[in-house]
Ligand binder design. Structure first.
Ligand code: HGA
Length: 605
């Protein structure tokens, strides 16, 4: 998704903006641009392509102590130099970068054109620079011009604005698309993601929807949309610049897969109680009586977060015996959901800014629902919006495809399920069994990682298949779905996931030597049924790669993972599928960390 960086201070803005934009590259984009203000003049550069292409056209002496930069992921108008941000007003006084979508852009454009304004680009965003440009002449401050202009805008935005008549000042505003301020020593930063700021400062402030901020070298002020000043408490981000490096790995994705023994340990740290065999999750903000009061759990998330939610639902049903299910947040928000007082809602988002999930949380809150968040980014919008929750502490996830955040989310669900179970009917013995199982996970993930070479060989063997089927039963089904998702998104090989029990009801017709099947076959009470399914695939000459706790004659190839407690096995079964997808993508020469058409945190609808 688009990225925004802004700087005001005593240094030249351009190198800082370019460095910040580079840090946002992981989010996916198609063009980049920047504008700096120097001695009352505005200088801009923008290109279709990478940040490196932008850096190549920015002259070495590009003076200006304040500026704004942008990486664009086109929603309105093709990726091109002209459509790249920043956009200027008619008099080339104002420059604006924008993340989000202006829904009434057509109507505003017609109005502005009727007033004689000529548009340069096809974007919805350009209406903002013209609106602000035509207002700024009538106002005393830039902030007032931005506030007035935004009153006629319908849609989502995170924006940063500079005015060549006011060097040394930047105005930012947020509605549905993140803006975070970074506080430096006699300099201020703003960005759509802390990744862009972390090299310069770890003191940050998140803007709320409807808020504006004025940044100057010596500080900042924040305001509501009706000009009331708001008090904001900065907090310290515990991620470091080094967390964003690739650590010597060829790809971030491989780095993040390999980090999982450590990231899982961090998700668990300090949360397992050996005396009462329960999970300590202070962030849930619920006493035991409240924790007991729910009769249902509804989990929402998008993409891999949704699949980890399916693992979570299974864990909660098994350990706490509360009916639980997961649903895509993107669907949930639009179907006018019935929100019940005795349902506990859990929203999942790595970035904490996923627009569809945030909108679903806001709808739930409007209807009085109790919502917990499982989020990786501390202080993010979803974390702030929820009544409580669990932070993953997995460190920044840079690669577009989720791996370590997926696994840590499943672990967080195991902790929630243990907690909800132990305040209900889960026995201390079972509580201890789950605590012990959770503790074993990091070592067992290490064991799986030692099989990378074996899995790489298998990935190369299967990578040229035109498509793959992934099947699993009950606990294995979300694992199959995530395995198929990982393969699709980074290798572009078509993959379908089905409950193994459904094969006979339709998709078995597809099975042939050309369509291999990845079968998730844990050693659980469904083992025999799963082995029967393998026999049925085999009888249709389907090739089988089995992922489970043993080998089987019916399978052509097997990946054997260490056994944990049955309820926790899905967490481990997913790891080889991440490695498989990674090596299939590498074998096919794909852009592993930045798959085509995708973006990291999806902050537009
Ligand atoms: N609508 C704007 C910005 C798109 C965006 O925020 N993408 O993540 C455009 O198309 O330029």
């Amino acid at each position: 998704m688009c990225g925004i960086v802004a700087y005001v201070g005593s240094q030249d803005a351009a190198p800082i903006l370019l460095e910040g934009l580079q840090r946002l590259e992981y989010r996916g984009y198609d063009s980049a641009g920047l504008a700096v203000v120097n001695a009352k003049s505005l200088r801009t550069r923008k290109v279709k392509g990478r940040v490196a292409d932008l850096a190549a056209v920015v002259p070495a002496r590009f003076k200006g102590g304040s500026g704004i930069g942008h990486t664009r992921w086109a929603t309105h108008g093709v990726p091109s130099d002209v459509n790249a941000h920043p956009h200027l007003d008619q008099e080339q006084r104002i420059a604006v970068v924008h993340n989000g979508i202006i829904e009434n852009a057509d109507e505003l454009r017609r109005r502005l054109e009727a007033d004689g304004i000529v548009f340069e680009s096809e974007t919805d965003s350009e209406v903002l620079s013209h609106l602000i440009g035509s207002t700024v002449k009538e106002t005393d401050t830039l902030e007032e011009a931005v506030r007035r202009a935004l009153k006629s805008v319908v849609g989502t935005y995170g924006i940063a604005v500079v005015d060549s008549h006011r060097p040394g000042e930047i105005v930012v505003a947020r509605n549905g698309s993140p803006i975070v301020l970074g506080i430096g020593e006699k300099e201020m930063f703003a960005a759509s993601d802390v990744a862009a700021l972390i090299r310069y400062t770890r003191q940050v402030v998140h803007l709320e929807d409807g808020e504006l901020a004025v940044l100057k070298a010596d500080g900042f002020n924040t305001f509501t949309s009706d000009a009331r000043e708001t008090a904001k408490e900065p907090f310290t981000v515990d991620w470091e610049a080094g967390h964003y490096d690739n650590g010597g790995y060829e790809h971030y994705l491989l780095k993040e897969i390999s980090e999982q023994p450590d990231t899982v340990a961090r998700t668990l740290r300090g949360r397992l109680d050996d005396r009462f065999h329960i999970a300590h999750l202070g962030g849930l903000n619920m006493d035991p009586r409240e924790s007991r009061s729910f009769r249902r759990v509804k989990i929402i998330g998008c993409g891999s977060a949704y699949y980890s939610g399916q693992i979570g639902a299974q864990l909660i049903e098994e350990l706490a015996r509360i009916p639980a299910d997961a649903e895509p947040a993107s669907e949930f928000r639009y179907r006018s959901p019935v929100v019940e007082a005795d349902t506990l809602y859990i929203a999942i988002s790595q970035s904490g800014e996923t627009y569809d999930t945030l909108a679903a949380v806001q709808e739930l809150k409007r209807k009085g629902g109790r919502v917990l968040g499982i989020v990786n980014t501390v202080g993010s919008a979803i974390a702030r919006e929820c009544d409580g929750g669990v932070y993953l502490h997995a460190g920044p996830e840079v690669s577009v495809a989720s791996t370590k955040a997926f696994t840590s989310t499943a672990v967080a669900f195991a902790l929630i399920a243990l907690h909800l179970g132990r305040v209900r009917d889960l026995s201390p013995a079972d509580g201890r069994r789950i605590c012990d199982g959770l503790r074993k996970l990091p070592e067992q993930i290490k064991e799986i990682l030692t099989q990378e070479e074996h899995i790489r060989t298998l990935a190369m063997k299967y990578a040229d298949a035109p498509g793959m089927m992934f099947v699993g039963r009950v606990r294995g089904y979300p694992v199959a779905r995530e395995g198929a998702q990982k393969l699709k998104e980074i290798s572009y090989v078509h993959a379908e996931a089905y409950p193994a029990s459904e094969l006979k009801h339709g998709p078995l017709a597809l099975i042939s030597p050309e369509l291999p099947t990845v079968a998730i076959v844990p050693d659980d009470e469904l083992l025999d049924k799963n082995l029967t399914t393998l026999g049925e695939i085999r009888a249709r000459e389907g090739r089988i790669l089995m992922v489970g706790h043993r080998t089987a004659d019916a399978a052509d190839d097997c990946i054997v993972v260490p056994k944990n407690e049955t309820e926790l096995d899905p967490i481990l079964l997913t790891i080889p599928l991440q490695i498989f997808a990674y090596h299939a993508a590498v074998a096919l020469g794909r852009d592993v960390d930045r798959p085509r058409n995708l973006a990291k945190s999806v902050t537009v609808e």
